[in-house]
Design a protein around this ligand. Structure first.
Ligand code: SDX
Length: 426
């Protein structure tokens, strides 16, 4: 039986249908609200607003649950690879061996970047932030790879190009930024090993591919692969709703992810920890400063719009930190500091009352440091991980009959009517 809620307004009673998701969460369907009542809703930051129905990722913020196509992220981190999880998110099922091998072959075939793009990369100022380069060059892919006439072919090849080339472009921009030779992708290496080799191989010191590091990178990217309607995914959906090409929509996602409140937080956490270490301040002083409403200082890597308990990804990330640092025999003072800071914060009433726990970004940077990734590339690493989620969400929106051009309304608060005043009268 259809469920609904009643809205009483201006002496009338309206019935608004209730929508129930497959995991039981409920929403008021307001698609006809303005048409029937003249009213709109107001929800800055969209904390209470669903933008779509989606079958890709399920999160329960109160219980700390995250599942991709129903599979708990813990199982995927333990048993899957990033390539396999990418296939799951985009195609809605785990691949069989033949499907996985075919996808790998196609990723290899599309892993090179047009040689003329190298020239463009080389002309960015050396101190450019890699996220700015990446966002620009992803849009530029449309110029170097013009649209195919057959829609489905265009989508398939664009998806493969993005999945394969984003990784190549990230390594390419890093090599150029440090003045090193460009390392090309190799046919004999797996997705993650190829990236590491493109980043660190040297003519004078061949890069040793450590399978524990490859496993840690797979886990890192699996944990970042999707997260329902977060800021950058919403940007991809909103920009994509104008029916622009997927390169431009993904470029918008990269730009949205760059911010320190979102995907840029992993870089901000390391900068915060380094700052704390240099400041000589006690951790209690740091936590007090983060609590001060008059001080813009925040504990980066803490808090989340959806998780009001421990981010399940942070738990796995922390365990992976211990494992990979132990294996590489690295003792990173910032990891010890992070653990102590988390301990102090989790005992603080303010953090407890506001449900502020470590999120994925709090420990992720420690793993990247151990691998040798430079700090300003941390958001790029997030972007490579999130790309399959952006693509899956974009495809779902393009196939959704209910999906339309995104165009929110507003409540106007400016002057109701004014007249033009000639300059000599002002
Ligand atoms: C990601 O959405 C996703 O799914 C994102 C993500 C994904 O995978 O796509 O999970 C990735 O972006 C993780 C979040 C990374 N960002 C950070 O770590 C930056 C630090 N965190 C905060 O800026 C904040 O927690 C947000 C932005 C993440 C969430 O902010 P909200 O939901 O808008 O919460 P809020 O600002 O309303 O906070 C409620 C209260 C406020 O206090 P009062 O003003 O009411 O007294 O908690 C306080 C906030 O000031 N607060 C913090 C805090 N986060 C919130 N106080 C100190 N330190 C913090 N980190």
């Amino acid at each position: 039986m259809a469920e609904y809620v009643k809205l009483i307004y201006d002496g009338k009673t309206y019935e608004l249908p209730l929508v129930t998701g497959s995991a039981g969460e409920k929403a008021i369907d307001i698609t006809k609200l303005r048409q029937t009542t003249g009213l709109i809703t107001l929800d800055p930051g969209f904390a209470n607003t669903g933008s779509c129905s989606s079958a890709i990722t399920f999160m329960d913020g109160e219980k700390g649950i995250l599942r991709y196509r129903g599979i708990p992220v813990e199982q995927l981190a333990e048993h899957s690879t990033f390539r396999e999880t990418t296939f799951l998110l985009i195609n809605g099922k785990l691949p069989n061996r033949e499907e996985l091998d075919t996808a790998s072959e196609r990723l290899n075939q599309t892993s090179l970047v047009h040689e003329d793009m190298h020239i463009v990369f080389q002309n960015f100022p050396r101190n450019s932030h890699p996220m700015g380069i990446l966002s620009s060059m992803v849009t530029a892919l449309r110029s170097f790879y013009p649209e195919l006439p057959v829609v489905q072919e265009e989508i398939n090849i664009t998806v493969m190009r993005l999945l394969s080339k984003l990784r190549t472009m990230a390594a390419l921009s890093y090599r150029i930024s440090v003045g090193h030779n460009i390392v090309y992708p190799r046919h004999d290496l797996s997705y993650c090993a190829n990236f590491l080799n493109m980043m660190f191989n040297s003519p004078v010191k061949p890069y040793h591919i450590d399978l524990d590091i490859v496993k840690a990178l797979n886990i890192f990217w699996i944990l970042h692969a999707d997260h329902e309607q977060n800021c950058s995914t919403s940007a991809v959906r909103v920009v994509g709703s104008g029916r622009v090409n997927l390169y431009a929509a993904v470029s918008a996602g990269i730009a949205a992810l760059w911010g320190p409140l979102h995907g840029g937080a992993n870089q901000a956490v390391i900068e915060m920890l380094s700052g704390i270490k240099e400041s000589g301040k006690s951790l209690s002083q740091i936590v007090e400063k983060a609590k001060d409403r008059n001080d813009p200082y925040r504990l980066m890597g803490f808090g989340h719009r959806v998780y009001k308990t421990y981010d399940p990804r942070a738990k796995i990330m922390k365990k992976t930190c211990d494992k990979i640092l132990g294996k590489l025999k690295i003792s990173d003072p910032l990891l010890d500091l992070a653990k102590k800071l988390e301990e102090v914060a989790l005992k603080d009433d303010y953090f407890i009352e506001n449900n502020l726990y470590a999120n994925i970004d709090f420990y992720s940077g420690i793993i990247l440091r151990a691998i040798g990734i430079p700090t300003n590339m941390f958001p790029v690493m997030f972007a490579i991980g999130r790309l399959p989620g952006w693509i899956a969400q974009w495809k779902e929106s393009m196939d959704d009959p209910a999906w339309r051009l995104s165009r929110p309304r507003q409540i106007y608060t400016g002057p109701v009517e004014a007249r033009y005043i000639p300059i000599d009268e002002r």
